[in-house]
Design a protein around this ligand. Structure first.
Ligand code: TXA
Ligand code: MG
Length: 335
């Protein structure tokens, strides 16, 4: 039975105890909910991979309460230290050289590097401090599905596979952390666009440069270098297409025979199309990101067969949102 707990002192104590004993604890971060297990316990980490159906080749981010704890897990060079000091706690994951023995091999998928993050959410911080161990935590959803921004999304996606869920309400950023490979001071690499805008990272490391190795915005066929950067990802059960606003109406009959099974996600203003289930998200990138996964979960719960999403702007502020929409709209049988 999954225990869903309020994140008060008793809830945090209980969750920390379950973590230390090798259990699985889902907890809120400022980005999305994480599925945590102690990173130094191979059996506990194996339970994460089993619960998510995640390939063992895809490493998991290690969560720690502060920079000192991060330094016990990985080796921080000049640039990595500058980024940690500038943006932690916050929605930035730094890939650094792993310190032998600090976490289980399974956590890093056997690799020599480790992704580390100090989350800003008060519940996550309290839990990490109380647990006193590094916590491996991918997003708390089945592999390739939509990430959870609320405790009930975790329940729907993972159900009884989780021992404890700390219910901290909605995750306010709504989109995952930005991932930077910071192993080399002279060549920092953006591996995943995310809640922390890449432009802020680039400004913090100047004159060092940040090389963008995430997918090109306009090309679906460029492979991503992050192991977890599979084509299909963040995807709801429904067929998902992204079209310009003026094509929304014409797309409805093309995606499903019954208009009642069509969901629409618009930005800023409702489309006015009748008979569909429509969600209108804010027109600014941060507000939109905060609501996107919740909208996809809501349309899935409403059993929409197809979801049509209004195309979002092409500027940098929207890079992380475009990345998620592109991956979510890859068909299930694509490579
Ligand atoms: O916001 C977030 O980052 C959330 C919250 C829970 O912290 N976590 C998250 O974890 O999004 P996950 O597992 O869904 O995505 C982690 C990504 C994967 O694509 C994985 O391949 C990549 O981070 N990653 C982890 N360790 C890595 C490493 N050592 N080198 C390269 N990529 C790594
Ligand atoms: Mg994920």
């Amino acid at each position: 039975m999954t225990e869903v707990l309020a994140p008060d002192d008793a809830g945090i104590r209980r969750a920390a105890e379950v973590l230390r004993a090798g259990g699985l604890v889902a907890f809120p971060t400022e980005t999305v909910y994480g599925l945590g297990a102690r990173a130094d316990d191979p059996a506990a980490v194996a339970r994460i991979y089993a619960a998510k159906g995640r390939p063992a080749t895809n490493p998991t981010i290690v969560h720690v309460p502060d920079v000192d704890a991060a330094r016990r897990v990985g080796t921080f060079g000049v640039a990595a230290t500058a980024l940690a000091e500038a943006f932690w706690p916050g929605p930035l994951t730094l890939v650094v050289d792993r310190i032998a023995g600090a976490v289980a091999d399974a956590t890093t998928a056997g690799g020599p590097s480790v992704g580390v993050r100090v989350p800003a959410h008060p519940v996550a911080r309290a839990l990490l401090r109380a647990a006193g161990v590094p916590v491996a935590a991918p997003s708390a959803n089945r592999s390739t599905h939509v990430s959870p921004t609320r405790a009930e999304h975790v329940v729907r996606s993972l159900g009884s596979a989780v021992d404890v869920i700390l219910d901290g309400g909605a995750a306010d950023r709504g989109i995952e952390s930005t991932i930077v490979d910071a192993r080399r001071d002279d060549a920092l690499v953006l591996l995943r666009p995310g809640a922390l805008p890449a432009a802020l990272i680039a400004a913090a490391i100047a004159p060092r440069v940040l090389v963008d190795r995430t997918w090109r915005v306009d090309a679906l066929d460029v492979p991503a270098p992050a192991p977890g950067g599979q084509a299909r990802h963040y995807a709801p059960a429904a067929t998902l297409v992204v079209v310009p606003r003026d094509a929304l109406a014409a797309t409805v009959p093309a995606v499903a025979p019954d208009v009642a099974t069509v969901g629409i996600v618009a930005a800023g203003e409702a489309s006015g199309i009748t008979g569909v289930t429509e969600i209108v998200l804010p027109a600014d990138a941060a507000g939109y990101a905060a609501g996107l996964y919740g909208a996809l979960h809501e349309l899935e719960a409403a059993r929409c067969e197809a979801v049509i999403i209004e195309r979002v702007p092409g500027d940098d502020a929207w890079a992380a949102v475009r990345d998620r929409l592109r991956r979510a709209s890859v068909p299930p049988d694509a490579p």
